[in-house]
Design a protein around this ligand. Structure first.
Ligand code: ATP
Ligand code: MG
Length: 222
């Protein structure tokens, strides 16, 4: 489902000095697999997910979704591929402040031109699955951090994307709710999705198909 080869990415520090974050990352994730990437703060985990999910361009290397080299596509084809393939769970949630929890979840369906009663029902079911059904009419500012994280999870999985990229999906959750989200991510993998989870938390690695560490800009098996 997902293949990355030779991903390279540097940022420029405010001083102008280049910061090399990815130094040749190779990664393959098949449908049904859940791959966990660990690594300390600042090691490039979010950068890697952003490049895999076509939210940022790498400076070099390739990203493939199935048989398409998506990293070579133009801007609009790339955003189409992203809409069709990728569910992204952001480290900072990125819920829209002017929409309720339920509306934020349904936004995912709107991006791909789906809507209607069946999607609303599915959105409600997902919110119930992660324990926030009673908060669905709250705006993000009226939700705790962990509740926002759970709403963001529902938005990421609403369309059943074949590729799920989750950035510290349990970062704001207590153990019990963290276990619910990790269980739900494993459930998506069992249902056939390719799942990449980036996390410092050792629990995230339980049940993973593969565990890597991002060190010095490359992935090491661990
Ligand atoms: N736009 C940017 N400009 C300059 N430097 C950046 C930029 N974005 C990220 N960086 C730097 O790149 C490095 C990797 O950042 P990244 O967010 O990928 O780390 P991370 O592993 O996700 O960390 P955390 O666990 O804290 O979320 C960091 O040292 C960061 O300061
Ligand atoms: Mg990060």
């Amino acid at each position: 489902m997902l293949r990355a080869a030779g991903l390279v990415k540097s940022y420029r520090a405010p001083s102008g000095m280049p910061i090399r974050v990815l130094a040749g990352v190779d990664l393959t994730v098949k449908g049904g697999e859940i791959v966990v990437v660990a690594g300390p703060s600042g090691s490039g985990k979010s950068t890697l997910l952003n490049v895999l999910g076509l939210l940022e361009d790498g400076d070099g290397g390739e990203v493939w979704f199935e048989d398409t080299r998506v990293s070579a596509l133009g801007r609009s084809a790339r955003s189409q591929a992203r809409g069709r393939y990728v569910g992204f769970l952001f480290q900072s949630f990125l819920l829209l402040p002017s929409l309720t929890a339920l509306e934020n979840v349904l936004l995912a369906a709107r991006y791909v031109g789906r809507s209607g009663a069946a999607m609303r029902r599915r959105a409600r079911e997902l919110l119930a699955e992660v324990g926030v059904a009673d908060r669905m009419d709250h705006f993000p500012a009226q939700l705790s951090g962990g509740e926002q994280q759970r709403v963001a999870f529902c938005r990421a999985v609403l369309n059943d994307p074949p590729l799920l990229l989750a950035d510290e999906p349990t970062g704001n959750l207590d153990d019990a709710n963290g276990a619910v989200i990790l269980g739900a991510l494993r459930g998506r993998a069992r249902a056939g999705a390719a799942v990449v989870v980036v996390s410092h938390r050792p629990e995230a690695a339980a049940g993973a198909s593969a565990l890597y560490r991002l060190r010095g800009g490359v992935l090491e098996s661990s």
